[in-house]
Design a protein around this ligand. Structure first.
Ligand code: TXA
Ligand code: MG
Length: 339
């Protein structure tokens, strides 16, 4: 049985005990629910990949309670320090060089010499990280290639009974989109994934970000085209629905469901994955979504929608390139669709 633990102190102790024993525990963050395991325990981390049915080892984000804890695993330079000071706790993930004596399991980094770290903003996540006394590796708590969960019920619907030992229930995730991922190892910071922290906010602290989509191979598996996918075809930038389509609206308009009738991007981000799940389970064979303004959180919303709208075989051609940038992934099955 997967246990649902309510948000109270006894639950934190129980979740910490399960994590220490190598079990998987799903927990809320401000972005989406994470599927957590002890990041220093290679076998526990391997269980994450098994539960997600990921045929390959994509690198995972390590969650820590504060900046000081992160400093035990990766090397912070001045720029990384400034970004962490400005935005942690919050929806920002930093990819930095692993320290020589880094205790994180190699599998967390999928064999790379870098690691992704973040301090989540959700109070329950930080309480859990403090109670656990260990870094927690956690991808979004969904099966590979599917929609990220923003409630405990979404998590329960993803995994067979008992595969995940417990879900800490913190209610709906307030941000609703995964964290923004920055690679800080080069001269200019590279945006690996737009997410819950708007790009404009980041650029105010560290100057213009480089976009990896300016050519060359993707640098992060999260950049694969298809991702976050509902089971049904999805049409973008739709003003009115065509026959057979459910319309996901934005702003004042007639729609099957509306991300934010008031046209508020933060509200739309928080509702995005839940709305996609509802429409996917509903009676319409096809989905369409209204245009979303491409500013602030709209950049990340459009990124997820574009990936969700990509036909299922669209990643096939990306794989040789991705694998070439990540030697550890060179032998894996190219059928998977990301995380
Ligand atoms: O909001 C979030 O980030 C959620 C919550 C649970 O924290 N987590 C999440 O994890 O979305 P995941 O595994 O679904 O996405 C991790 C992203 C992927 O795009 C992965 O490729 C990238 O971070 N990443 C992790 N480590 C990396 C590394 N060493 N180098 C490059 N990219 C890395
Ligand atoms: Mg994910």
């Amino acid at each position: 049985m997967t246990r649902v633990l309510p948000a109270e102190s006894g639950s934190l102790a129980e979740a910490a005990r399960l994590l220490a024993s190598g079990s998987l525990v799903a927990f809320p963050t401000e972005t989406v629910y994470g599927l957590g395991a002890d990041a220093t325990d290679g076998r526990a981390v391997a269980a994450i990949f098994e539960a997600k049915r990921r045929p390959r080892f994509n690198p995972l984000i390590t969650h820590v309670p504060d900046l000081e804890s992160a400093g035990a695993f990766v090397a912070f330079d001045e720029r990384a320090f400034a970004l962490a000071e400005a935005f942690w706790p919050g929806p920002l993930t930093l990819v930095l060089p692993r320290l020589p004596n880094c205790r994180l399991a190699d599998l967390v980094s999928a064999g790379l010499d870098s690691a992704a770290v973040r301090v989540p903003g959700h109070p329950l996540a930080r309480d859990l990280l403090r109670a656990a006394h260990r870094p927690i590796a956690a991808p979004s708590a969904n099966r590979s290639g599917r929609i990220s969960p923003t409630t405990a019920d979404h998590v329960l619907a993803e995994f067979p009974e008992g595969e995940v030992m417990a879900v800490l229930d913190g209610g709906p995730c307030p941000v609703g989109l995964e964290s923004t991922v920055l690679d800080l190892r080069g001269e200019r910071p590279v945006l690996l994934r737009p997410g819950g922290l708007p790009i404009e906010d980041i650029e105010r602290v560290c100057g213009p970000l480089a976009r990896p989509d300016g050519g060359g191979a993707p640098r992060s598996p999260g950049m694969l085209d298809r991702h976050y996918a509902p089971g049904k075809p999805l049409r973008l930038d739709a003003a009115v629905p065509r026959p057979g389509e459910a319309l996901l609206g934005f702003g004042p308009m007639a729609a099957t469901l509306n991300l934010s009738p008031a046209g508020d991007l933060a509200e739309a981000a928080a509702n995005l994955f839940g709305c996609l799940r509802v429409l996917d389970a509903g009676g319409f064979p096809r989905l369409a979504v209204a245009p979303i303004p491409p500013r602030g959180l709209g950049v990340a919303i459009n990124d997820r929608l574009r990936r969700a709208a990509t036909p299922p075989d669209a990643n096939a051609d990306d794989w040789p390139e991705v694998c070439a940038t990540m030697p550890c992934m060179a032998v894996v099955d190219p059928d998977d669709e990301g995380d």
